[in-house]
Each structure stands twice: as C-alpha cells, then as structure tokens.
Design a protein around this ligand. Structure first.
Ligand code: CA
Length: 231
C-alpha cells in the first residue's frame, strides 16, 4: 500500500521539525504549512491523505481550519494541540476532527494514530473498489463495462468525458480542485489544461444535466473546482 501524504500544519518550528523528521524516517511523504492560510491552500491544492493540525496558529484558529476543510473534504484531520481541556477536544471533534493528540506527545503515539488512520483509509478504498457499479440518482456507471447510463439510456461520452465523470463519481460529495482533476486526467496542471477542463466539463454537463442552468449532478465551486452531489 502507498504511504499517505501527510500535511503538517504547525507554526512552531521545532515541533514541525520533530514531526517531519519522524515522518521521513518512516517513509511517509509530507507537506508543511506554518499558518492557516497556507494550510488551506495546501489542503485544497494537494488533497493530502491526512492532516496533522496545530490549533494555535498566528493567523487563524485551528477550529476554523477544520470547518473550512470540512466544507469540501472528508480527509482525516488529527489535531495536535497543547490545549488539553476536554472542552477543547470536544470542540475540535465536533468541528470535524477525526482524532486529538495532546502536546507533549510521543512520536510512537503519533505514528500509532497515523497507522489507525491508514487502516481506516484502506478500508474505505476497498469499499469503493468493490463497488463495480456506481449509482447516483438516475445516473449509473458500470466501471467494468466502461459505460455510463442516464435513465437507463447509454450516455455517449468521449473518453475524457467518461474519465471526468468517473473521477467525480469516485469522489462523490467531495470538491475536487481544478489542479487535482487536471493532474488525474492529463497528468499535468497547466493553465491550458484548466481551460480544456472547462470545455470538457461543459460538454459532459450538456449530456448529463437536464437544464444547463440548474445542474443537478455536478456543482461548480467558482475558483476552486467541481463536486458531484450525492442525490
Ligand atoms: Ca502553535
């Protein structure tokens, strides 16, 4: 199994170093952010597998970051904070954090929490791959046959439109950024790819949606990306 990419959000240089050194020693890939604005940018553009989040950041409270990320993603968030009151933990977990680690922490515990999250991710991936047919509203995708249907009638999609539809379907409910989509479809994220993406998305929607002004299946998040809505 691939090691997940961990986004480490921590303004304290020494703590950040401790975490990234630990991750590196165990072959994890990681990204870092030292403030809230960078954290949100990294999370949205790189779609990491797990986020380690400090709550006390210079520009923003970590709770706000959890809420922001939760507005478009279910990526696991593990809070690592010096705040040790139960009320702080409850607030973070209620906002959508998956786990809570109190500073000072041991690196063994940090790695153990990460392994638990990995197991959860692996289980989710297995569930998703076992479903050979995706159904959402009147849309059905038969992954094995490589065909999509709407109201039981085949959708005549170009290969790229089909790839786009599958990518959105496999991540149903999540906002996928322009960069994430173009990297998955074309393996790159040039401005020209993003322009092409708009064109393909428009032709896909023409085939999929009843009215172009009221898309039912694919939502646009202006300046961010697209999301398939679970109907
Ligand atoms: Ca801090």
């Amino acid at each position: 199994m691939n090691k997940p990419v961990v986004l480490v959000v921590e303004d304290d240089h020494s703590v950040r170093n401790l975490i990234t050194t630990t991750l590196k020693a165990h072959d994890y890939r990681y990204l870092t952010a030292a403030n809230g604005a960078d954290a949100i940018l990294e999370a949205s553009s790189h779609n990491p597998d797990v986020v380690f989040l400090d709550l006390g950041l210079p520009d923003m409270d970590g709770i706000d970051i959890i809420q922001k990320i939760r507005s478009w993603s279910t990526m696991p968030i593990i809070v690592i904070s010096a705040r040790s009151e139960d009320t702080d933990k409850i607030e973070a977990l209620d906002a959508g954090a998956d786990d809570y680690l109190t500073k000072p922490f041991s690196v063994e515990e940090l790695l153990a929490r990460l392994r638990v999250t990995q197991r959860r991710l692996a289980m989710m991936a297995t569930d998703a791959s076992e479903a050979a047919v995706f159904e959402n509203g009147e849309l059905r995708i038969d992954y094995a046959a490589g065909c999509a249907y709407l109201h039981d009638a085949p959708l005549h999609l170009t290969p790229i439109e089909y790839k786009l539809l599958c990518l959105l379907a496999r991540n149903v409910g999540k906002v996928l950024t322009h960069t994430f989509i173009t990297q998955n479809i074309w393996g790159s994220a040039w401005e020209s790819d993003i322009a092409s993406l708009r064109v393909y998305m428009a032709t896909l929607r023409k085939k999929l949606e009843q009215g172009p002004d009221a898309p039912q299946y694919i939502q646009t998040h202006i300046g961010v990306g697209y999301r398939m809505v679970r109907l």
